[in-house]
Design a protein around this ligand. Structure first.
Ligand SMILES: [Zn+2]
Length: 656
């Protein structure tokens, strides 16, 4: 492991807290040190208060901040002398600890100090760095792990047996640290948990962390336990219905819809197909705090009911050993190892799914290296349970608040690169859905860089491209719950006697047949939607009130309208509802340039402003208006409605 310290970069951070921010980010950059909110850091700074009295302040990572992106505001300043004294108490309950830390924080609005704050306070050094380094975990979770740690580090580190984070661990360290400490001590190992380094300056403390972790890496390399390859595994053909079925079952077990990502990389497949996978994967997480994201162990294969029964058993057994009664969390897995799918990761948001995937990617490394040392040994279930059901850990998840209405659901929007389609994608994203945008334009792929959006270039006239796109969508998010059929063309104005066969066929292909093909491809997936499938058709005012010159367009939209009505009849038994929106005069799309608008307005002897609002309500209809209705049609408001046709046109004399 290499130090990422860079003098030029460091120079842009000033003061002791600035450098604390810098080296915290350096730790965060290396995923084999800390992942997703794991690890914490601190710095002790002497400051003057308003009375010009000197005061020692411990700036410690605030809960909810990630080391990789932490800012000065992410550190909570606490009164060092007071917090350090807490470690001398004989006992301190969690609520008391939370209260004491909160009431001795010196900045209003600061984040809650880390649950490991007291531990940072009792270490005498100015800078303290703490990670859950993969290499150290591999060594400490192998046979005779504690002995190996002592062999590697000698008196460079103080060694602490596994104790749950919080007051008990801090109090134990406060007693044990002075006893074990020598003049060579530069770190502390918490067995089956992680590693601390400390020093008088930021760079030194950070580089000691790199040095300590490198020593574990070298040890693993010397024992031929560092580069642990798995035999290459070829991916099986992806069967989207199987993945969607699995997601449906997991969502039902959870009691709410969840996304699912299937990662069939050679490494995950090979691990999932490993003859020893049951033993290796079922003993527990790499480090205890993964459990709130991953549950204690992955599901093997697709036996969701079996996983749930085992989880209940785990809960009941460990519940008996705890002091306070706890309510069981949902018994659904957060990850599955499957010989065909590889790793399937589950979560309520795309971000959560990514976290699960990352955590297990590193867990596989940790397990395989410990295996190469003689056998992976995870912590006993009791300890994992204590962390999983620790209020202070669960509080981290609860910070996210009430999930938005479409959390855990997937919407596919066609023609999503611009206009009404883009507005629809935004409307569904705002409501918490993961969105797959399909469009003929390659710009769809870079439309947004965010975990909950997948943009795919797709020609909807081509069934093979549709199948490929839907496969990708399901592999990425787990299914299709909502479908917005928006893509369409508006051919140039032509009198009926002039409509060419080509134009007629094109209008029918894009405005009708493509929608039929997309619906057919999605039908089995919509059937498996945890809350029932929903389709929204972006129709047209031309369905009830066609205009002269728009023969091919109006006929194609009317055909689609009939298809939607028949679909409502046939698919209601599958729990799928389909509703149509008939917009008119939506001018904020690429179709309507200023020039076109001006010439159309002139043709009616109106100003552009009058032309835009040429409806009963004298109002302008925007893409967003249409998109908001499309999203609402997929929500609870329309839960009992199918086959409806709602105009969004400001009121049209010919439609009423
Ligand atoms: Zn930790």
């Amino acid at each position: 492991m290499k130090s990422l310290w860079n003098d030029a970069e460091a120079a842009s951070f000033s003061g002791p807290l600035g450098l604390r921010v810098y080296t915290s980010r350096l730790l965060g950059r290396d995923k084999s040190l800390v992942l997703h909110g794991g690890g914490n850091t601190s710095v002790k700074i002497e400051e003057n208060n308003l009375f010009d009295e000197k005061e020692e302040v411990l700036y410690v990572k605030g809960s909810g901040w990630d080391l990789e992106t932490i800012e000065p505001a992410g550190f909570a300043p606490v009164k060092l002398d007071y917090v350090r004294r807490l470690a001398s108490l004989t006992s301190l309950s969690d609520p008391q600890m939370v209260n004491e830390l909160a009431t001795h924080t010196l900045r209003a609005g600061a984040p809650a100090p880390s649950v490991e704050t007291i531990l940072h306070a009792i270490l005498p050094h100015k800078y303290v760095d703490h990670t859950h380094a993969d290499a150290v975990l591999s060594v400490s979770n192998s046979p005779d792990g504690d002995k190996r740690i002592r062999d590697i580090y000698g008196d460079k580190v103080v060694v602490i047996p596994y104790i749950m984070a919080g007051f008990d661990l801090a109090a134990y360290c406060a007693r044990e640290f002075p006893k074990q400490k020598t003049k060579n001590t530069v770190g502390m190992m918490l067995l089956s948990h992680g590693v601390f380094s400390f020093a008088a300056d930021a760079k030194e403390s950070y580089e000691l962390m790199i040095e300590l972790v490198s020593m574990a890496e070298k040890y693993l390399a010397a024992k031929k336990a560092w580069s642990v390859g798995l035999p290459p595994a070829a991916a099986a053909a992806f069967k989207r219905e199987e993945a969607a079925k699995l997601r449906n079952e997991v969502s039902r077990a959870a009691g709410f819809p969840m996304l699912c990502r299937c990662n069939d990389s050679s490494r995950f497949l090979s691990f999932a197909r490993h003859p020893e996978v049951a033993r290796m994967s079922q003993s527990g997480p790499a480090t205890p705090d993964h459990v709130i994201r991953t549950k204690p162990r992955p599901m093997l294969g697709r036996d969701v009911a079996g996983f749930g029964a085992a989880y209940r058993d785990y809960f009941d057994k460990n519940m008996q050993k705890t002091k306070e009664p706890k309510a069981m969390l949902d018994p659904a897995p957060r990850m599955a190892l499957d010989p065909q799918l590889g790793l399937a990761a589950f979560g309520r948001t795309a971000k959560d799914v990514g976290i699960v995937e990352d955590l297990y990617e590193h867990t596989v490394d940790v397990i395989l290296r410990a295996e190469a040392l003689g056998g992976w040994k995870a912590l006993a279930d009791k300890h994992t349970f204590d962390i999983e059901y620790w209020d202070l850990e669960q509080a981290k998840l609860k910070k996210a608040g009430t999930p938005p209405p479409f959390a855990g659901e997937i919407a596919v929007v066609t023609g999503a690169a611009s206009g009404i389609g883009k507005a629809c994608a935004e409307a569904f994203l705002r409501r918490g859905a993961a969105v797959v945008g399909l469009d003929l334009s390659p710009s769809i792929e870079g439309l947004w860089k965010r975990a909950d959006f997948l943009g795919l270039k797709c020609n909807l006239a081509n069934p093979a491209e549709i199948a490929e796109s839907i496969d990708k969508a399901v592999k990425h998010f787990g299914g299709v719950d909502m479908l917005v059929l928006n893509a369409g063309i508006f051919p140039a104005s032509q009198a009926v006697q002039d409509i060419g066969a080509d134009m007629w066929t094109k209008a029918m292909t894009v405005n009708v047949q493509a929608n039929l093909l997309v619906m057919q491809a999605c039908h089995p997936l919509l059937k498996l939607a945890p809350r029932g499938g929903r389709i929204v058709v972006i129709g047209s005012k031309n369905v009830p009130a066609p205009g002269p010159g728009a023969g091919a367009y109006s006929a194609s939209k009317a055909a689609m309208n009939q298809l939607a009505r028949v679909t409502a009849l046939e698919w209601s038994k599958d729990g799928i509802r389909i509703n149509s929106i008939h917009p008119n005069a939506v001018y904020d799309t690429a179709l309507w340039t200023d020039e076109v608008l001006a010439s159309r307005a002139k043709a009616y002897s109106l100003t552009v402003e009058q032309y835009k609002k040429n409806n009963l309500l004298k109002t302008e209809v925007t893409s967003k208006d249409v998109a908001e209705l499309a999203a609402e049609m997929c929500g609870p408001l329309f839960a009992k409605t199918t086959a409806s046709q709602v105009p969004v046109d400001g009121g049209n004399e010919r439609v009423v």
